[in-house]
Design a protein around this ligand. Structure first.
Ligand code: ADP
Length: 153
């Protein structure tokens, strides 16, 4: 059985922090599906198509990476694609508190799916899509925080 993981997120937009987590997770799995969550109650800065294209471009050289989008519960998406692992990055104690609750409740609902936490690299731990969006909204240059080749406009 192949080890498939889902790396869920909004990726609005993809940052160096996301890229780092995914590249570090790659040796652990046979396939990683970067899953862009679409929540109808959430407002995104970038369209789903744009977020998807950026992720495809960033991981184009990685045969093990697929990019998909989903609506609804992450565990339901995992079951649909046959993934037994959810990857989440941890930047801080605040991330941990929040993520631990979600992971525990997900496990109560789906016993066969484990959440794997990967600690942020120190040089990326301050990078956050919300702040990147604020920089863009205010006309600043956020290119230092996103993967090479991503043109934020
Ligand atoms: P979500 O809205 O689901 O938190 P994000 O796109 O903000 O979606 O984040 C997706 C995942 O990437 C989350 O697990 C988040 O903790 C992780 N992540 C985001 N930024 C970083 C970073 N700078 N370093 C490590 N992990 C990160």
């Amino acid at each position: 059985m192949s080890n498939i993981a889902v790396f869920p997120g909004s990726f609005d937009p993809v940052t160096l922090g996301h890229e780092d987590i995914l590249r570090r997770a790659l040796p652990l799995f046979d396939e990683i599906i970067v899953a862009i969550g679409e929540n109808s109650t959430k407002q995104y800065m970038f369209s789903l198509e744009q977020r998807k294209q950026w992720l495809i471009a960033v991981f184009s050289g990685e045969a093990k990476v697929k990019v998909e989008s989903y609506e609804g519960l992450t565990i339901n998406f995992c079951q649909k694609v046959g993934a037994r692992y959810i990857i989440r990055g941890l930047r801080s104690a605040a991330d941990f508190e929040f993520e631990q609750n979600i992971a525990q409740m997900n496990r109560d609902m789906a016993r066969d799916i484990e959440t794997i936490f990967i600690p942020a690299s120190p040089k990326h731990s301050a990078i956050n899509s919300t702040i990147v969006r604020d920089i863009i909204r205010n006309g600043g240059d956020a290119s230092a925080f996103v993967p090479a080749g991503i043109e934020l406009k």
